[in-house]
Structure formats: C-alpha cells, structure tokens
Write a protein that binds this ligand. Structure first.
Ligand code: SF4
Length: 349
C-alpha cells in the first residue's frame, strides 16, 4: 500500500464525512494509516509539571487556573529551577522521554525568562526532550527558547475559530496562530491540539482538525484533550462527550496528520482502560503521565505501565536521530534570523 500524501488542504465536507463514517470503517482506516508511519505497539510518554500555577489573567472557560473563576486552586509562584530539575530527574527515572513545563501566564515576563531558560538547559542536560507552554510569545522570546535548546512549544488552538469566542475572550485565535508561526520559524517543534466536550458541534471539531492539519507543517505533537469539568469554571455542567465521538476524533486526527504524534491527553484519568485501548487502536501514540509527579512513587505511572504490559505496548525510545535533525533546524533558523537582522539593520542605515 502506498503511503498517503501529507495534505494541508482539508475541506470541512470531507472531514465531516470521515467523522461520520461507520466506527469500524474509521478505526480500520486510522489503524492502517498509523501502521504506515509508526510502530503500532509503541507509545511515547511525556510528563507534565506545572512550573507556575494559578492566577492566570486569561479567561479560558475550562481552566481552573484562570484568575477569573473561583476554583479553590492554590496559587504558586514560579518554581525554583532546582525543584524543576529534581522533578525532571524523577520523570526520567520512571521512563518519560519528554518533560513538559507549563506556566499559567498570558505571556512570559522579561523577569521570568532567565529562569525559564535555565530550566530548559537543565532538563536537556538530563537527557530529556523539553517542552514548554508559557502562553503567547514574542519573536525574541521564541528565539531565546530555541537557543536554549527547547525542543517543543505547546500552544493549543483549543477549538474551531468559530466556537473559540464562546470559550476565550482575552486572547485571539490569530494571536495563537502567530505564536505557532514564531515557534516554527525558530526551528522548534510544535505541540498543538484542542479540547473536546466543551459544547462544540461536530462542525467545530472538524474545524479544529482543519486548522491544525492545514498549517504549513503539521504539528509534531497533537494533544486531543477530553474536558475535565472543574467546579467553579463556567463549563462545570456542560454535557459529557460520547467516548466513541472522542475516539472518532483521535482516528480522524491520525488520518489527517499521519506523521504526528497524537496524544491522548487530559481526561485520560476518567477513561476506563477499554476506552484507552481503543484510543491507541485509533492511532493515539502519546500519553501524559500527568501532573503532580511524585518523587518516590507514581501510582498513575505504575497503572499506565501495567496497562501497557497487558496491551503489549512499549514506551517509545527517544530518537537521537530526530534530535540531531532538530538541532540542525534550530541552528539553521538562528543563522537565518541573524542574517535577516543584519539585512534589516543594514537596510535601516
Ligand atoms: S492561558 Fe492556560 S493557564 Fe491561563 S486560563 Fe488559559 S488554559 Fe488556563
């Protein structure tokens, strides 16, 4: 069978047709595409640490960290660099290959950037891939993160452009696309996906996937989250998404972005093991161990590993080759940026 062409011109009608087809046909198609690009029995494992929690000025209606809602969450300042590195070492010890650090910010401040960069360098030195989610970035901040060796930047599109205004009013969709474009231009990899079960329509779900798949390059990592309803947020009583509809979205993401890691992300704790197994069959090949990683033992991680064992799944190894290619891309982007700055400066003289 020939490998499907990687496309960037998806239209709503064809995505809706994919989403609506009989479940077994869709899963067969997704699994077929998956096997053309990945070892079907490997799943990449990332861990996530909140490096700055709560009091976020954004008003994302799903998020307990937003300062707009009273969810009883304890707020924390930016964690100390050493504490982050200790957590990263613990993550590596339990098999994670990527360490994701998230801060509840509208954007990073100049005051915080030096610490953030130290975290990136330190986690990289531990031999882990690095990922950060810090909100909107300037071009300069993006370049500094790339220079420090950040592998991935996470910035989710969340939902379709049409539904977006129902969920967030403090940041625009085009701001998000701009940040993603800075990240790509700086040579870093993109992690971007969305959240399902916020009251969006099937058309909105298709619209989200179209935005992601029609980017000039597909995000390397596509987290598909199931809404975790938190008391105190405006979405606490929204209707649950049908788990089969959730699996359908994973399958269509796999078909539309055949080379991307599709991540079964937030909401996994509420899913039973059968649903998770179905998600892997639909083409999901990345998971989070979850927040609040413990330094001694991690019951969630142990449960995940038992499920992997029962399904014959092995955690994906970190790919050194990819690492070299990625490093070369960053170096190339830095050279191009310096050249263009020299050109701009020269033109201004
Ligand atoms: S920007 Fe991030 S941390 Fe802030 S409210 Fe939105 S999702 Fe939550």
């Amino acid at each position: 069978m020939t490998a499907p062409v990687t496309r960037h011109d998806w239209k709503p009608a064809e995505v809706l047709t994919l989403l609506r087809q009989p479940f077994n046909d869709l899963l067969f198609q997704a699994q077929t595409v998956h096997r053309q690009h990945f070892d079907a029995n490997r799943v990449q494992v990332s861990t996530l640490l909140s490096i700055k929690t709560g009091a976020c000025p954004e008003d994302c209606k799903y998020c307990p960290q937003s300062g707009h809602y009273n969810t009883g969450l304890d707020k924390e300042k930016l964690l100390e660099v050493q504490k982050v590195l200790d957590e990263a070492a613990a993550a590596k010890a339990i098999g994670a290959t990527r360490f994701c650090m998230g801060a509840a910010w509208k954007h990073p401040s100049d005051k915080d950037m030096p610490y953030v960069l130290q975290m990136v360098r330190g986690v990289r030195e531990l031999g882990l891939e690095t990922c950060m989610t810090l909100g909107k970035l300037t071009k300069e901040q993006t370049a500094a993160l790339a220079d420090a060796g950040l592998d991935y930047y996470n910035h989710n599109l969340d939902t379709s452009p049409e539904f977006y205004g129902n969920i967030i009013t403090t940041r625009t969709y085009s701001d998000r696309l701009q940040t993603l474009s800075y990240v790509r231009d700086a040579g870093m990899k993109i992690c971007s996906g969305g959240i399902l079960g916020m009251g969006e329509s099937l058309e909105d779900r298709a619209g989200l996937l179209i935005q992601l798949a029609n980017l000039p390059e597909h995000p390397e990592s596509v987290p598909i989250n199931m809404l975790v309803k938190v008391a105190g947020t405006p979405l606490e009583n929204v209707e649950d998404i049908d788990p089969f509809d959730f699996i359908r979205m994973l399958a269509v993401a796999r078909i539309m972005m055949p080379r991307s890691h599709v991540r079964l992300s937030a909401g996994r704790e509420q899913m039973n093991e059968q649903t998770q197994a179905l998600a892997f069959f639909a083409g999901a090949n990345s998971i989070f161990y979850g927040d609040r990683l413990l330094t001694t033992s991690n019951p969630q991680a142990e449960k995940d590993m038992r499920l992997f064992d029962r399904l014959g799944i092995k955690p994906e190894e970190r790919q050194e080759h990819d690492d070299e290619v990625h490093q070369a891309a960053i170096e190339q982007a830095l050279v191009e940026q310096r050249d263009s700055q020299m050109f701009t400066n020269a033109a201004a003289v």
